[in-house]
Design a protein around this ligand. Structure first.
Ligand SMILES: NC(=O)c1ccc[n+]([C@@H]2O[C@H](COP(=O)([O-])OP(=O)(O)OC[C@H]3O[C@@H](n4cnc5c(N)ncnc54)[C@H](O)[C@@H]3O)[C@@H](O)[C@H]2O)c1
Length: 392
């Protein structure tokens, strides 16, 4: 296996998601952590980078420094991950894509659909990957679920029920916690809080598993903790392309639901249920038959579920391994490109820039719907005029 140099922007020492990227990227041994601009504060960025074993010349103080430094090297990183707060994603992703790097960007891809569409265009023009870290789609049993739906095991789909509701925004005393504060500041977080932070994961899974985009939405946004500029609870109805009925509940107020991401898909011939707190099991109930529990790593799973399974059945595999599978997909596609051969089709399972853009369009439609007291709003229709005032 040829090592490919990889770099990380953001994901500093106290960050929430930094460890997952550093561990996930190197889990399959394909990527080598070679460069970083890990913190908004230049000195902390350099010091932390060096403490992780980066060559001091590649432990950069800012992403601009990293872009210049890497461009000056022949052995520059092939892939750069952006794990900074939302408001910075567009500018950094654009700069690295236009300079020829492949990018894995944290969700949400951008602050607005206009920016997201620009990134889709830039990725196409530059022929660079701009993947989005909807990391839960790296779970083997999510890929199994997607393959079962595509194979018609459930028959025609009727209802998709997606939740990402936990208690992670439920402490009113967090108002001054810098890691929580930016999530409710429209300038840093964007047009929505819990919907962009958590709800988009559930919405992405709904589309990823069914293979269908979301066409229209009706949303009720609320703030359970008064004074927050953006919503901490969202109950939405939506429709997928084939008229499939969709439901989303996302909340930061659901104390006791430790993580709270679940996906349930119901068709005319059966139902599938999955929850991220027990990600190695998928519950399948054929119509009028007993429920079966499909275990990660067991026999007769789909090829993409088998490919995403790293250790033998019964050993819990978790979030880091799921994100590791996104990196494995990217490694396989980038190394195929370097070798001038076609990638393994199963490696094309990573969340695409189009999926990242669609998510932003869905959230824009939800914000517009919430502002119109829950009226149904079509996804993809320009919502910009209203959005300027989102959260004010
Ligand atoms: N995919 C997931 O499951 C998941 C989970 C958590 C967070 N996220 C996303 O990851 C991003 C970061 O979230 P977090 O929770 O880790 O935030 P955080 O506030 O915990 O950490 C952000 C980190 O980025 C650094 N940073 C900020 N601006 C920077 C800049 N201009 N250059 C370099 N570094 C910079 C900060 O110093 C800090 O280390 C957000 O977009 C968030 O939505 C995704």
């Amino acid at each position: 296996m040829n090592r490919i140099d990889w770099g990380l922007i953001g994901g500093g020492e106290e960050s929430q998601i930094g460890f997952t990227h550093r561990a996930g990227a190197c889990l399959q041994r394909g990527f080598q952590f070679a460069a970083g601009a890990l913190d908004a504060r230049p000195e902390q960025a350099r010091t932390f980078g060096k403490s992780l074993g980066l060559d001091p010349r590649r432990a950069y103080g800012s992403w601009q420094e990293m872009l210049d430094g890497e461009m000056a090297r022949e052995d520059r990183c092939a892939l750069v991950t952006i794990a900074t707060p939302n408001a910075t994603h567009f500018e950094i992703a654009k700069a690295f894509l236009e300079s020829g790097f492949h990018v894995l960007c944290e969700k949400p891809l951008t602050m607005t659909a206009i920016e997201a569409r620009q990134l889709v265009q830039i990725a196409h023009q530059t022929k660079r990957i701009c993947a989005v870290n909807y990391g839960y789609s790296g779970y083997p049993m999510i890929r199994q679920m997607r393959d079962m739906v595509a194979a018609g095991v459930l028959g025609a789909l009727r209802v998709v029920f997606a939740e990402f509701a936990g208690g992670f925004m439920a402490d009113a005393a967090d108002a001054d916690n810098p890691r929580v504060r930016w999530r409710f500041d429209p300038k840093q977080a964007g047009m929505a809080a819990v919907t962009l932070d958590c709800g988009t994961h559930a919405l992405h899974l709904a589309s990823y598993v069914t293979g269908q985009n979301i066409c229209s939405v009706s949303s009720d946004f609320a703030s359970g903790i008064k004074g927050r500029a953006l919503e901490d609870d969202n109950l939405s109805a939506f429709r997928l392309e084939d008229g499939v009925i969709g439901r989303l509940w996302t909340s930061g107020l659901a104390i006791g639901r430790t993580h709270g991401l679940t996906l349930q898909v119901f068709g005319e011939d059966g139902g599938l249920r999955w929850g991220q707190e027990n990600p190695n099991q998928l519950y399948w109930t054929p119509l009028n038959r007993p429920t079966q529990i499909l275990e990660r790593g067991s026999a007769e799973l789909s090829p993409s579920a088998e490919r995403a399974s790293n250790i033998t059945t019964g050993h819990p595999e978790g979030f880091v391994a799921a994100v590791g599978n996104i990196y494995r997909d990217l490694y396989d596609v980038i190394s195929a490109e370097k070798a001038g051969i076609a990638p393994d089709p199963l490696a094309l399972s990573y969340p695409s820039v189009e999926a990242g853009c669609h998510s932003i369009e869905v959230v824009e439609a939800m914000v517009a719907s919430a502002q119109a007291n829950g009226s149904w709003v079509e996804v993809g229709v320009r919502q910009q005029a209203n959005l300027r005032h989102a959260g004010e």
